[in-house]
Design a protein around this ligand. Structure first.
Ligand code: NDP
Ligand code: X2W
Length: 341
């Protein structure tokens, strides 16, 4: 099967190419750039073989049944209608098609939303929770990195209504590759090294994405408090989630619920009581590892969910979705173990 990557010079794009090099059924036939057409990808990333020459995104030689868009917000909304009209299916790594309401998109992304028609066609690609729709989709909106960790961590409790509906607090941390390859003061080495920064307080664009999915699962769920921090590491996201228990629970009972919920989800791994994952446990892999605690003193449940932002948080989940869309085993090309240390 032939596929193309648009935005191949970015971190999400190059991670897709790394994964697809090992995929037995998908072959990258064209890679595209808006600023470096004609340049060999090898000149941008010397670790990549020389066969990839970047083509202009505006040219009409985008090939393959499937196109991955690994571009900043606002780009996919422009390109996807053209790609669909040309007969391609699309997996979009940006936030352009994740929200169903154009006004909500405009408010949080400060950009013109895609058309109603595009929103209607797009399927939210949180693979574990939407396989049936992904399999039939023409556009998959790959989830954001923070929403992936948060939603996989919260789903069983929210669906079962085991948490008080307005008590959810998510304290999340990300490595610097989450901000992409573009240089800016905020991700400058001297600004991030030996430092921890909170950012986008109460204004992060992933808040409505998380609330939309939680609301689909349980219409009682109220607004969440969601904070994001930049941590001096390259890859990884940890979402530490707190919520008040709405019924009598124990840690063993909650873990049992998670194990049951995710028993057919090869990339979600639930820890035994007392064990909590760290980002290195999933580094370079498509896993989401989850640890759970319950504090009888406060009646609060704590869920710790970790992913690699470029893998399960972006390119890995995109390949997982492509597998589902085209009828391959969900794990194809994604079975690499995490790198440790
Ligand atoms: N990094 C992460 O962990 C995650 C990222 N995402 C999302 O995935 C998308 C890609 O992220 P990431 O790879 O990190 O970002 P990068 O900044 O690393 O790469 C984005 C690429 O998009 C291309 N681009 C920039 N402007 C335009 C334009 N106007 N038209 C077409 N292409 C353009 C650039 O390549 P060129 O100049 O060659 O065209 C650039 O290399 C983003 O929407 C991001 O929010 C989602 C989940 C996690
Ligand atoms: C560390 C860091 O800066 N991370 C980015 C993640 C951006 C992203 O993935 O954006 P979309 O999912 O909306 O496309 C952020 O917090 O905005």
């Amino acid at each position: 099967m032939k596929v193309s990557v648009i935005g191949a010079t970015g971190y999400g794009g190059i991670e897709l190419i790394r994964l697809l090099q090992h995929h037995p059924h998908m072959h990258v036939v064209s890679v595209h750039s808006s600023s470096q057409a004609g340049v060999s990808l090898h000149d941008v990333y010397p670790h990549i073989e020389e066969r990839f020459v970047l083509r202009d995104i505006r040219s009409d030689d985008i090939e393959g049944e499937l196109v991955f868009l690994a571009t900043p917000p606002g780009v996919s909304s422009e390109w996807t209608p053209k790609l669909l009209a040309a007969g391609h299916k699309v997996i979009d790594l940006s936030g352009d098609f994740r929200l169903r309401d154009g006004n909500v998109y405009a408010k949080w992304y400060k950009k013109t939303p895609p058309s109603e028609e595009m929103f209607k066609q797009a399927v939210y690609g949180l693979t574990e929770w939407n396989r049936e729709h992904i399999a039939k989709a023409n556009i998959v909106a790959n989830p954001g990195c923070y929403p992936t960790a948060t939603l996989l961590g919260l789903a069983p409790l929210v669906i079962q209504k085991w948490v008080v509906s307005d008590s959810i607090i998510v304290d999340a941390k990300s490595g610097v590759s989450g901000a992409g390859r573009g240089v800016s003061l905020g991700v400058h080495f001297a600004e991030t090294n030996e430092n921890v920064k909170i950012y986008k307080v109460n204004t992060h664009q992933h808040i409505p994405e998380i609330e939309q999915m939680l609301g689909d699962w349980n219409d009682q769920i109220g607004p969440i408090t969601f904070s994001t921090h930049l941590i001096p590491m390259t890859r990884g996201i940890m979402a530490t989630i707190y919520a008040e228990a709405a019924c009598i629970v124990s840690v063993d009972r909650i873990i049992e619920l998670y194990e049951e919920t995710y028993k057919h989800c090869p990339f979600v791994r639930v820890r035994e009581a007392g064990s909590f994952p760290c980002t290195k446990d999933v580094y370079g892999s498509n896993y989401c590892d989850i640890g759970i605690a319950y504090d009888e003193r406060t009646n609060r449940i704590t869920v710790v969910s970790v992913i690699d932002n470029l893998m399960k948080g972006a390119a890995g989940q995109a390949v997982q979705n492509a597998n589902v869309m085209f009828g391959f085993d969900e794990q194809t090309g994604l079975t690499a173990m995490p790198m440790y240390p």
